[in-house]
Design a protein around this ligand. Sequence first.
Ligand code: HEM
Length: 429
Amino acid sequence: MVKYITDYFRWLFLPSMFLFRSGQPKEYKVPGWEDILFVDNPDDISEVNNRTGDIFLGGAGNEFLGPLFGEQSVFLLDQEEHLFARKVLARSVSTSVNENVLSELKKFVCDEVDKSVLGGNVYLDEWVRRLTMTAMVRIVLGEKDSDFIKEVFTLFEKTTGFMANIVSYRKSFWNPENFFSVGRIVASIVKDIDKLIYSEIENARNNRNKDDDSVMSWLVMNQEAYGYDDQFIRDNVVSMIAAGYDTTGSSITWMLYWYSSDDNALNLGKSVSHGDGSLVDSFISETLRYCSPIEILPRKVSPDHVDEALEITKYNLESGEGEVKDMPMVCPCPHRVHHDPKVFDNPEMFVADRFLKKSYKKNEYLPFGGGRRLCLGANLGRTLLSLVIHVFIEKNVNIALSKKKFRPIRRNVSIWPGFKMRSRFYDNN
Ligand code: HEM
């Protein structure tokens, strides 16, 4: 019983034992949620990726994101509807990430770094989340006003706090009908988000500005041509803001944590001053290897394809005592592959130039997931990481963290190096 409770607590808040250590359990029953089968061998990951979309359903696996993201979110869809949503969203993102936006964002990051060097202590994780929220609101909604960004930030922060860890992994909490249900609280936060997003849709529709290069503007402008409704826009705009600010936030926080460790800042500074950007690229890849923000890629097995799923996963539904188990959720696990000594030498070490020495296959290195469900913001995410690290390098600013060692913690669905990471920014010149 004690082990049951401690394992559950670890899953919810300190999931390292499921991710980094050798001899991790192959299966885990998340109480109140799903039974998980971890897929941690590169060949098996390839097979699951190849059959994701028919045997292994990512949309059904992402059901737990439904209360916030909504049922038309690309995250929750499968098959034709999923392919359609991906096509539309990929187009909207590609037009909205352009030189103009990136130079505005760079200026914003420069100002924030300058302010923090002059100011006192900074909670690094919170500082980064504000920054990535600003980027996502600018890119997705086309809004720059700081009060508006603050309002969006406050609303979304309520959905990614530590209570959300419990809500996401406990199905009984999703019901918004019961008076005492946590789902009721979630529904009331989501109602405020809806109000704000639907009013942005109206705004984009009525005050169309030809210079507005945001995802929202693109989605409203092309609505008739593609035939989706306002809820499709709402669900996918919310999904992109939430997914983008949280995952990119976690990655940048990890990146700055490594930047402040050992000689990384010095070495990166030297290579950039020699006009060589390859070490920065490798450093970013290594950050995403060491701790990818998303630790499992949940795939629900289609009820029509259980036999094929059993063959691919080599799973046996019969337990030793003659009982027949349910088919678990099949979960490729990037962390376990990223820390497999057969794939990565000294996986527990952070090696900034690791990716300069060797390249890895898609089934060995998958911070952005894979197959048909590969992250739609992968380029944008990497671009934002690169933009931020270049600001620190160019300004020769470093970060002193008050605690040097952190234990990976879960914040809703992403993994962060810590909570309330007190730090001080300082000028190295
Ligand atoms: C470094 C930053 C990021 C990381 C590490 C990351 C990681 C991931 C991962 C692991 C998945 C799941 C893939 C799968 O199931 O196989 C995903 C999906 C997704 N991400 Fe990202 N992401 C990042 C940034 C972003 C950004 C900035 C956006 C905003 C456009 C975004 C939008 C999405 C969307 C829409 C999906 C769903 C794709 C689908 O189900 O077809 N991500 N991301």
